[in-house]
Design a protein around this ligand. Structure first.
Ligand SMILES: [Zn+2]
Length: 337
């Protein structure tokens, strides 16, 4: 595991920084040096060195020492399940699984839950009925005791993948709960709110995705399944409080998701894309990456960096990646095909 300490940044300071600022101390570049001027030059150098040392000491005092990875009470694991979604959230010994990847990720889901020692999954969330989200979810029924199952619908007879998940849920002796937007739940000392979907005239199954914001202390994380700009607009137009420190980008970084309006309203310090290397859709799309670059959040990608973990103590967020901490995260998906 490779640890990348990050700090919840003071955004105003971030925007105030000017990387192109030049020195403007007015000193001539090649002043003649006479014997008389040497002592004053030496004194000047010593004074500057002293100021530099004081600055370094002051900046070290300002920095917080992050706790080592694995020591925070709240943890989000964006699992690398190819061009699909699966996120495990842990808080105070309570667990929530949002999506489970394709059916062929069932082994991974099962193993991760076993390794975590998760005996109970408080919430199992199927954001929507596509195979890359609900296909591997049933592994959780075999790995742990599942509490509440959340999905945007109880049944969808036309949809083989969702119907399979609904049958597996029933076999586990559970019923699907369809949460109303605004529904609130607790996960240990964290809490989450179901914000959407709000779109009523849905043409794309992706826009039925459950949109969830989870808050721990002063830190927050937003999940939106495969919502496109249609559902994004519905939430924006409704005046929903979307602000979050970490955004899981919609629809694996597709060009039709993560609109400018959405990005600037969520205003994340970090964005995570769950996508598969060399996927046939070219996720993440160049236009989406360009919007994230313009917005300025730090970007993480499962296709390049494997499992990505974000931990919070309620104030500070620390990211850990499985591999490639210095990957070129702004390279479009189709550049790997
Ligand atoms: Zn998807």
């Amino acid at each position: 595991m490779i640890m990348i300490p990050n700090y919840k940044r003071n955004r105003q300071d971030r925007y105030r920084q000017d990387p192109h600022a030049k020195r403007t101390d007015g000193a001539p570049e090649t002043a003649p040096v006479s014997k008389k001027t040497v002592p004053s030059v030496l004194i000047g150098i010593l004074v500057l060195a002293g100021i530099l040392v004081l600055c370094i000491l002051a900046s070290r005092q300002r920095q917080k020492t992050p706790a080592p990875a694995g020591e925070y009470a709240f943890r989000v694991r964006y699992l690398d399940v190819g061009n699909a979604d699966a996120t495990l959230i842990a808080c105070d010994g309570h667990y929530m699984l949002i999506d489970g990847g394709y059916a062929d990720s069932s082994d991974k889901i099962y193993t991760v839950l076993q390794d975590e020692g998760a005996e109970t999954i408080d919430y199992l969330v199927c954001t929507h009925g596509h195979a890359d989200h609900c296909g591997g979810l049933a592994a959780a029924f075999h790995a742990a005791e599942v509490g509440t199952v959340l999905a945007p619908v109880r049944e969808d007879p036309e949809n083989y993948h969702f119907t399979r998940f609904a049958v597996q849920t029933e076999k586990a002796g559970l019923a699907i709960t369809v949460p109303e937007p605004g529904s609130e739940y607790t996960l240990g000392s964290a809490r989450f709110t179901v914000l959407g979907p709000l779109t009523t005239d849905v043409e794309d199954l992706n826009d039925t995705s459950l949109v969830i914001k989870i808050t721990y202390g002063e830190t927050s994380f937003l999940f939106c399944g495969d919502a496109t700009r249609v559902e994004e607009s519905s939430l924006l137009d409704a005046g929903t409080d979307l602000k979050a420190d970490v955004l899981k980008a919609g629809h694996h970084g597709a060009g039709a998701s993560t609109s400018y309006r959405w990005l600037y309203e969520v205003d994340p310090a970090y964005t995570v894309i769950s996508c598969g290397k060399g996927n046939e859709y070219g996720h993440p799309h160049e236009s989406m990456l360009s919007r994230v670059r313009d917005q300025g959040s730090e970007l993480y990608r499962t296709d390049l960096q494997g499992d990505i973990t974000a931990e919070s103590d309620g104030q500070t967020i620390v990211f850990t990646v499985e591999k490639n901490p210095d990957a070129d995260v702004f390279a479009p998906g189709d550049s790997f095909q």
